[in-house]
Design a protein around this ligand. Structure first.
Ligand code: F6P
Length: 321
């Protein structure tokens, strides 16, 4: 390979810049040329392609968001779009492409691989919902950001002896909710994975029992995939007579300076992506499992299924006593 392309795709995540920087500098140090593709696959199809030098990524490791910007691209799901994207890579001499994003972005990379572009996927999403890895770039920062915000809500909730329901992101996955629930000592965590077992009447009973036990607030962490946060708050207030407030943390969870872990892991993964390409390994996804950085065939990675920890969910209930 002579030229490596790099793009970020899907929702941005803190640490993506550290990964881009590592791709750029590792590739340059091996005498390769690097092209940055702006705004994900959307930018690729629009030929928004720039050369990247070592200086272009200076002062970026500490910045949230993605310097390459990102987008969600529907055309990349069509054969026409995929063929066009592969042809554009060829036109710009991009023989290998590092895609930083989630499962949807990897599906695009998988298709490009079928058209002869050598691809490496790096897991980048605050949702932690990629099956082949226990770590995704951005989760650590996002979960810490949410945790700090929820601590603040708890302060005011205690002062007023209220019930507070706080919605965190995560699309269809409950990892942010589960981790915040445990880290913030929430009285209840509502997970999309447990949606069928949700018993609103039992929750109302528990909120009242919690007050009788002498607790001064009741914190519910609600996952975005469960939703209905505002209405649930109204129903709780009506049923319990306890003042209830809803907070939707929203996109503040996606921004901000990456944590040390996100910087270090994203840098490692970015460097690994290029080292793998140089070693002739491609059409693979980098992950982190059982204390080690690993890589999987992209088809295998995309066929894996992930399950949220029931054990941790059960622990969170006991700790809410
Ligand atoms: O995948 C990251 C994420 O922040 C999800 O948690 C959320 O469901 C979604 O992206 C929001 O997407 P958008 O920024 O396009 O509204």
């Amino acid at each position: 390979i002579r030229t490596v392309g790099v793009l970020t795709s899907g929702g941005d995540a803190p640490g993506m810049n550290a990964a881009i920087r590592a791709v750029v500098r590792t590739a340059l140090s091996h005498g390769l040329k690097v092209r940055g593709i702006r705004k994900g696959y959307h930018g690729l199809l629009k030929e928004e392609i720039i050369d990247l030098s070592a200086r272009d990524v200076s002062d970026t490791i500490q910045r949230g968001g993605t310097i390459l910007q990102t987008a969600r691209c529907k055309s990349m799901r069509t054969t026409e779009g995929q063929q066009k994207a592969a042809a554009i890579c060829k036109k710009y001499g991009i023989d290998a492409l590092v895609v930083i994003g989630g499962d949807g972005s990897f599906a695009g990379a998988q298709q490009l691989a079928n058209y002869g572009v050598k691809t490496i996927g790096l897991p980048g999403t605050i949702d932690l919902d990629i099956a082949c890895t226990e770590y995704t770039i951005g989760f650590d920062t996002a979960v810490n950001t949410a945790m700090e915000a929820i601590d603040k809500v708890r302060d005011t909730s205690t002062s007023h002896e209220r019930c507070s329901i706080i919605e965190v992101m995560g699309r269809d996955a409950g990892y942010l909710a589960l981790w915040c629930g445990i880290a913030n000592g929430a009285e209840r965590i509502l997970l999309p994975e447990e949606k069928e077992n949700f018993d609103e009447a039992a929750l109302i009973q528990d909120i009242m029992a919690n007050k009788r036990r002498g607790k001064k607030n009741y914190i519910i962490i609600n996952a975005e995939g469960v939703g209905d946060t505002i209405n649930l708050a109204k129903r709780i207030e009506e049923a319990t007579g306890i003042e209830t407030r809803a907070t939707i943390l929203g996109h503040m969870q996606r921004g901000g300076s990456p944590t040390c872990k996100d910087r270090v892991y994203a840098s490692t993964m970015g460097a690994m992506a290029v080292e793998m390409l140089i070693a002739g390994k491609y059409n693979r996804v980098v992950g982190y499992k059982e204390g080690e950085f690993v890589d999987y065939d992209i088809n295998e990675a995309l066929s894996m299924k992930k399950k949220i920890s029931n054990h941790q969910y059960e622990i969170s209930k006991v700790l809410a006593l």
